[in-house]
Structures are given as C-alpha cells and as structure tokens.
Write a protein that binds this ligand. Sequence first.
Ligand SMILES: *Cc1c(COP(=O)(O)O)cnc(C)c1O
Length: 393
Amino acid sequence: MRNATDFLRKEYEQMVKDELDWRIKVLNSPTGPRAVVDGEEKIILCSNNYLDLGNDRRLKEAAKKAVDLYGAGSGSVRPIAGTMTIHRELEKKIALFKGREDALYYQTGFAVNSGLIPQLVDQGDIVISDELNHGSIIDGIRLSKADRSVYRHGSVYDFEDKIREADKKGYRRILVITDGVFSMDGDIAPVKEMVKLTGKYGAMLYVDDAHGEGVLGKGKGIGAHFNIEKQIDVEVGTFSKAFGVVGGLIAGSSDLIKFAYNKSRTWLLSGSAPPPTIASCMEALNIIEKEPERVDKLWKNREQFMKGMRDLGFDTGNSQTPIIPVMIGDSGKAKEFSEILYKNGVFALPIVYPMVAKDKARIRTIMNAGHTETDLIEAINAFEKAGKQLNII
Ligand SMILES: *Cc1c(COP(=O)(O)O)cnc(C)c1O
C-alpha cells in the first residue's frame, strides 16, 4: 500500500542532510540598516530595503490614515469591488513617476510575472530569456505554451543570434524578457542594445526592474538610467525592495494596461491589496521624488564598501550596482564565512550551490542608504576578520 505523505518527511530530511534547508532567522525589530535578529543587534547587509523606507515614519503615518479612511482590507478582488480611490491614485502616480501612459498595481511582482507572461505569448509564439532571469519569470514562462529560447547571461552577441533565429522561423510574436539588475551578481542587463534589436526584429521587450527601481536612473529605474523609458514595452517592478512596502507594478502604454487587467489571472482572481499598503506605496514614491539624496547616499555607501572590499583584496565579481557579491568559491567556506560575520555583528547570507555554480559561492551584500560610514567600517572590519581566518585574503 502506498503511503501518501511519507515523501514530505523524507525530502525534508534529505535537504537537512545536504544543508539545503532554510534555517530562518527572525527579526525582533523593524527592518533598517541595523536590526535585532534572533535577539541581537546586527548590521543588515542582506535586505532589499535599499532606501531605508521600510520603517520610515511618513510611510507608517500614511498607512495609519488609510486604515481610518478605507479600513484594513478591501473585501474583494480588483475587478469586482476591490478597487478603491487610492488604488487608482497610486496607479496614476506610478505612470507619472515612470513617464508612461498608464500603470497597474498587482499584489506582488511575482503575481505580475506569473499572471501576465502567459497572456502575452501562447502556442506559435516564442520567449527569449536570459539564463539568469528570476524564478518568477521562469514560472511565468512555464505557464505559457510558447516555445523558449535561452541566451547566455548578459551576452548581446548570443541574444542577437537567438532573436535572428526566432525571426527566421516565422513565429507570430517574439517576447524578450530580462531582469534589469541581476540579483546574484549585481550587474545590469544590456537593455540599450536589446532595445535596438527588439526594434529591428519587431519583438516585444519586457524588463523586470525589481532591483533597479529606487536605485538606477535617480530612483526611476533602468528606463531612465539608459534614457529609453518609452522603448520598453512592458516595464515591471516591485514595491517590496527599494520602495520598502510590497506590491508589483507594470508601466507602459494604455493598451498594455487595459490588456493586462482584463487578462492576468493573478490580478483578476486574487484579493486586492489592503488600503494601508497602497497608501505607504504612494508615500514611498513621494519621498523618492522629494529626496534624491537618498539614492545618492545609497551609491556613496556602495563606493565605500566596494573600496573596502577591493583594498582588502576580495573579488567582487561583476557588480555594477549596490548589490555587491563577495566571492568565496567553495560553498562550505561561504557558509562558514557568513557565520563568522554574524558572530561579529554582520548579517549577510551566503549564496551557494544550487543558486549559483558549485565553485562560485559568495556572500551577497546589499547596501542601504541608511548605513552610516561607521556601520560600513564595522562591516568591512568583520569581512577582514573572516577573510583572514579562512585564508581568503
Ligand atoms: C524580487 C523579485 C521579484 C519578486 O517581487 P515581489 O514583489 O517581492 O514578489 C520579481 N522579479 C525580480 C527580478 C525580483 O528580483
């Protein structure tokens, strides 16, 4: 007789044996440049809270006001009775912020990719995707019946080959998808070249800028960074990273937005975001517009930490953004490295196989505009200690 649920324990135990299970740490305080983690204060180098907005007083006040005005929850999905004045206000604000005709807010960025991609392409179409694209993009592609073609990470040369090949085969639609900033290496996709090639071959360009928003282009994202806002057909983003709240967004033509909200099943069939969440998102955009110095400070912090790592002789890979991987090599060593950092007051996670290649394990660090010079000096000292202890520098 077959046992229906035995595999649950067996697979979990195997993960524990392989040290591939998540041992989740708990924050006992708000998020910030420093936070209390499992009872001890640490410098946080592994959160996506780039602009230190997660615990901003103004975001919290906006949320409180919205609770009083609109309640704790919307009570419905967006298309039925879950669209309130503030949902539409936020979408108009996003469109202005991005310099596009219109925008649409989803519950999460994951919901954008899994809900929209399978509507943009179907049988007879093809998706061309960077090999290191985010898991939510991969799942979105898997939900469609379109063919797939994967190009070497960041390679314009291989990308051109793949798009030319797709063009020759006479597909109905070609959809090109890339992350804007890649979260494991902190490098930027060659979107400027990709715009030219998608234009040449009549392909749609879909850029998921989750790690670029609030960071590149004075906070406006990768479109503004390369000065190609209007040429990205589908610009995707999230409020869960630099914007400090939660929620996904798309920005583009009003044709795109009307198509997307009538077709994306994640948007149509899942409850709309609570009013306080929407109000905080709105406030985050206001602050980014009013305080460009936050973005400047984030980049200053990046320069300080990068210099610290290089002076110590660490390899920081291909980083071009406030995501700075500190390459360690061996997975076991990277885990040990992270533990030494933790003991020395720094919370930064190791990224190991299977997330990256076996010999490419690293400590992935992410800067926060709220880190002070002293925070970063302390962090750099902890890296020096760990690096020397493990004979990496
Ligand atoms: C984090 C991330 C997402 C998921 O965004 P959420 O809004 O947190 O669901 C999607 N795409 C990319 C590229 C990401 O880095």
